[in-house]
Design a protein around this ligand. Structure first.
Ligand SMILES: Cc1cc2nc3c(=O)[nH]c(=O)nc-3n(C[C@H](O)[C@H](O)[C@H](O)COP(=O)(O)O)c2cc1C
Length: 143
């Protein structure tokens, strides 16, 4: 069974809600998902995965610092050709999703267009997250 790691940072749980809904979408397509807050994540977890999905809240126009460190560490893992995707909750500026996507592209990942949600996702936002998860899974399955 294909394996996906979702790793996120979130100070007020908005990005975390996105992460959980994305995980539901991926699972609904029959893939195995490991959802980890970046504070508990170890770089070994992303070795041998088929997809890496990274999420962050937006603070001062930047990726949250602990996720930034994790992304730096990921340079030592061979992610070339694996599916990558980014997601973010934001308040007023949308740049962080592209900052993460560009890092994944830099590692040679087959990177999908990222998902942005404004502040706390409502039910429609959560549904977008589930759909995003399904699309990630379908890309990994080659559908
Ligand atoms: C101190 C602070 C700085 C923020 N900086 C930005 C910012 O630069 N751009 C933006 O779009 N939103 C900014 N926000 C809003 C958060 O990104 C937004 O509330 C988001 O939903 C938080 O996600 P989280 O709950 O996953 O941490 C900021 C919020 C705080 C409290």
């Amino acid at each position: 069974m294909a394996k996906v790691a979702i790793i996120y940072d979130s100070a007020t749980h908005n990005t975390e809600m996105m992460a959980k809904a994305i995980a539901e979408g991926i699972k609904s397509e029959g893939l195995s998902v490991k959802l980890t807050h970046v504070h508990e994540a170890r770089i070994e977890e992303i070795k041998g995965i088929d997809g890496l999905v990274l999420g962050s809240g937006t603070y001062h126009h930047e990726i949250m610092p602990t996720l930034e460190v994790f992304i730096d560490q990921a340079k030592d893992v061979n992610l070339r050709g694996k599916v990558g995707a980014a997601f973010c909750s934001y308040g007023w500026s949308p740049e962080v999703v592209d900052l993460i996507s560009n890092r994944l592209k830099g590692y040679g990942m087959d990177t999908m267009e990222g998902l942005l949600i404004h502040e706390k996702p409502d039910e429609a936002g959560l549904e977008k997250c589930r759909e995003f998860g399904k699309n990630i899974a379908k890309k990994i399955k080659g559908e």
